[in-house]
Ligand binder design. Structure first.
Ligand SMILES: Nc1ncnc2c1ncn2[C@@H]1O[C@H](COP(=O)(O)OP(=O)(O)O)[C@@H](O)[C@H]1O
Ligand SMILES: Nc1ccn([C@@H]2O[C@H](COP(=O)(O)OP(=O)(O)O)[C@@H](O)[C@H]2O)c(=O)n1
Length: 231
């Protein structure tokens, strides 16, 4: 059994604002923050570093069997290490973004990293942890008290992501994101909300409004919990 009650689960496609919004929400509430995509990215980096291709499922399984990942739950410590090597910046490289879906497609790897995520949350001293990814609301913590799907229109997501990568053109970034979302969504559905999951669509919300919308969902869920139960 997992400590499902400690999960604030947030899923969504690339560029929807999951990391930035989740981090801000965690800071506001003094909660932990876990970027599950960073773990998949770190494993993709690890496969590439070993000279293999992430399209090779056997190579991915082999890299996963020796994957010394170190990640913190502190929203202000974004460092990710693999075997003592700081890969924080390297895992954002377009080369890793292009390779990561190969890693995410291997079922045994998903089971393995899901256990890492559940253990990190269960063992943490934080009262709750904002955990963001693709399958947190559906697979990793389907019993979480708060489950949110963060979305935004594809062109808005592409523009936001392009704004982060210096010198990149929005069309190329959009196309790379579209490809990755298409590949990822054949593994888990993060484009449609599962029953009980609240959608926050940030297409027409600025950053602060999106944080407030997520905080409002959390507040409502915890207030409803405090209501006396009748019948
Ligand atoms: N509602 C919003 N309005 C404008 N920009 C946003 C909004 N939400 C997030 N951003 C910005 O969009 C970019 C992508 O967000 P990010 O959190 O990295 O998305 P994800 O983790 O879903 O890929 C970041 O630069 C972030 O600051
Ligand atoms: N829970 C998760 C999180 C990420 N992933 C994979 O990891 C990749 C990187 O995730 P990310 O959250 O860093 O991606 P962005 O949304 O930030 O672009 C995704 O493209 C998926 O292939 C996953 O399969 N399941």
């Amino acid at each position: 059994m997992t400590d499902a009650h400690k999960f604030i689960a947030i899923d969504g496609p690339a560029g929807s604002g999951k990391s930035s919004v989740s981090k801000a929400v965690a800071r506001r509430l003094d909660y932990g923050y876990l970027d599950t995509g960073a773990a998949y990215r770190a494993l993709a980096w690890h496969v590439l570093e070993g000279g293999a291709d992430t399209a090779d499922a056997e190579a991915v399984r082999s890299a996963a069997s020796d994957f010394p990942l170190s990640q913190q739950l502190d929203p202000d410590d974004r460092r990710v290490l693999v075997g003592g090597v700081d890969v924080t910046d390297a895992i954002r490289d377009p080369r890793v973004s292009a390779a990561v879906s190969g890693v995410a497609r291997v079922p045994e790897v998903r089971l393995q990293v899901n256990e890492i995520f559940r253990r990190m949350v269960a063992e943490s001293a934080y009262p709750a942890v904002v955990v963001e990814g693709r399958d947190i609301t559906t697979v990793v913590a389907p019993d979480a008290p708060v489950r949110i799907l963060l979305t935004a229109a594809p062109e808005v997501r592409a523009a936001r992501r392009a704004g982060e990568l210096a010198g990149s053109d929005a069309a190329a970034v959009g196309e790379a994101m579209r490809k990755r979302d298409a590949s990822d969504s054949s593994v888990v559905d993060f484009l449609n909300a599962a029953p009980g999951v609240t959608v926050v669509d940030s297409t027409h919300l600025d950053f602060t409004q999106t944080i407030d919308a997520v905080l409002a969902v959390i507040e409502r869920a915890f207030d409803a919990d405090k209501e006396p139960h009748h019948g």
